[in-house]
Design a protein around this ligand. Structure first.
Ligand code: IPD
Ligand code: CA
Ligand code: CA
Length: 262
């Protein structure tokens, strides 16, 4: 079964990425979703429709949850898609965006992929089978302590949603690590944790499609993925997310507790 899932996954995510790339830099309609900073381009739903059609043609009895089209978890297998993660970057022609897709059986990710079409980087993982970048095995950063670590987050998103009380945690963590980065694409940032470019990525609120693929990529690359209170992620719920190389995980959680978020 994993072979069939993986084949469909790779074809669909590559097709989604190719569609995104073909529209990069062209004039397009940009709408606001919930506010002026929450953008929707015409490309987001177009990619979702294309990827969804490819998956459901192969697996008509599977469920499908997409950021733009909704969906539920009432089938044995559910595909979870962020058609374009990093829409703000895409709208500004900043080349940090990706198409990100995973297939879950209950709470267990089976296969996952995040494709960066501008760098032609395809991050993939298969349950129990490791994680890969363009077919080569990847592993998390070996940094054993915060002082050798590079950490990514997207703070502005949380501040705008009124979570300014969380700043002390990030500030405390920021003083201990080598640097804090913000790349603007949760899916890519988790893929970068998986391949060791950054040591940890965390955010106070992510949707299932933001972390569906990244969670398996990081776990299969030898890292750790939890909520900010150390619990496993629930693929049906929006939640806090901490992904890391594993070695610094507890320390990261300890600093974030200063911010008081579960
Ligand atoms: C967003 C990006 C961003 C993260 C937000 C996400 P979108 O996804 O991943 O980096 O901080 O929480 O919603 O809207 O570009 O798919
Ligand atoms: Ca997203
Ligand atoms: Ca998106």
């Amino acid at each position: 079964m994993l072979d069939a899932l993986e084949q469909a996954l790779l074809e669909a995510v590559r097709a989604g990425g190719a569609l995104i790339k073909s529209k990069t830099g062209s004039r397009m309609t940009v709408e606001y979703k919930t506010n002026w900073a929450d953008l929707l381009t015409e490309v987001d739903p177009a990619v979702e429709q294309a990827v969804k059609a490819m998956i459901l043609e192969r697996f008509p009895d599977h469920g499908f949850v997409g950021e733009e089209g909704g969906g539920g978890y009432d089938r044995e297998y559910t595909w979870v898609l962020d058609p374009l993660d990093g829409t703000t970057n895409f709208a500004h022609t900043l080349p940090n965006f990706a198409c990100s897709l995973a297939c879950y059986r209950g709470q267990e990710a089976q296969v996952a992929a995040t494709y960066d079409p501008m760098r032609d980087e395809l991050f993939t993982a298969r349950r129990g089978g490791g994680a890969f970048l363009n077919g080569y095995t990847i592993a998390v950063d070996p940094a054993p302590v915060l002082r050798e670590s590079l950490v990514a987050t997207n703070l502005m998103w949380d501040l705008r949603e009124g979570r300014a009380h969380l700043l002390p945690g990030i500030q405390a963590l920021g003083c201990e690590v080598r640097g804090i980065r913000s790349l603007g694409s949760a899916a890519l940032e988790m893929a970068y944790v998986a391949c060791g470019r950054i040591s940890a990525y965390l955010q106070y609120s992510l949707a299932p499609w933001d972390f569906a693929a990244g969670a398996l990529l990081v776990a299969e690359a030898g890292g750790k993925v939890t909520t900010m209170d150390g619990s496993p992620l629930d693929i049906t719920q929006r939640s806090t997310v901490v992904t890391s190389n594993g070695r610094i995980h507890d320390e990261v959680l300890k600093y974030l507790r200063v911010g008081g978020e579960k």
